[in-house]
Design a protein around this ligand. Sequence first.
Ligand code: NAD
Length: 279
Amino acid sequence: MLLLDGKAVAAFHRERVESKIYDFQEQHIRPELAIVLAGQDKPSAMYASSMQRVARNVGLSAEIYRLSESVSERDIISMLEHFNEQKHIFGILMMMPLPHHLNASRIINCISPDKDVDGLTDTNIARLFSGRSGFVPCTPRAVMAILDYYHISLTGKDVVIIGRSNVVGKPLAQLCLNRNATVTHCHTRTHDLKAAARRADILISAAGAPGLITADMVKPGAVVIDVGINRVDGKTVGDVDFEGVSQVAGALTPVPGGVGAVTTMMVLENVVCRGAWTD
Ligand code: NAD
């Protein structure tokens, strides 16, 4: 079985990001990633700090703009509008979830689509779904980056995706469709998940359900991509029973060290490489 090593994929993309940052430095341009953190959500704060650390490690300026739990929609929007105008700010990341009194959709859509490095604005979603260039959410991009790195073609393949969230499952399905895969989309209401999963040449689980994918759900030789990140008994695990599935699959991503390892680099690539836009 081939282990699909997210760290190797991330290292490959990191070189691309670093060389782009070097080019900018030569032109005395110092791109910044603006990370906006509103409220006290702990995982969001941790993600923001980790994003800042990884960005700074590759030489990209990254600032976290902290706003109080009670920030008004008007204040947050005027901050975003200010960032939209700032030439040195190349990308804006709005940490989710927002405090309950804020309208997330209205706020996200105030980010200029050209700085929406998470691909969450309606404009970028429409671009993705109509096959035009734009920013694509980073986790689905990370999945594609892993498949590309290992030269795993999607054309004509049966791809089964489990999970239909707006940030992972749905954009991922569209990316696979754009690459000529035959896509089956599964979710909590799917009647026979096992039968659907077993048809997959490429099985992608983005459910957030530890142990969901067992060996008997995998076609021998299939490529299995585990997007899930779950905490079980103090350990980080995916959706896939790694031990069992590794006996059947042709290729498999580990957790940790798989998709998650690539996702952060995709954010940075979106910030500095406009060429990273989807085809
Ligand atoms: P979500 O909760 O918004 O969506 C989960 C989806 O999975 C839903 O559509 C649901 O219908 C489906 N689902 C859940 N349990 C299921 C089951 N038992 N059977 C069939 N379908 C089921 O989650 P999300 O934001 O899309 O994230 C999904 C997972 O990916 C989570 O574990 C999350 O932590 C992880 N994630 C990983 C990365 C990364 O970089 N690797 C990034 C974002 C999210």
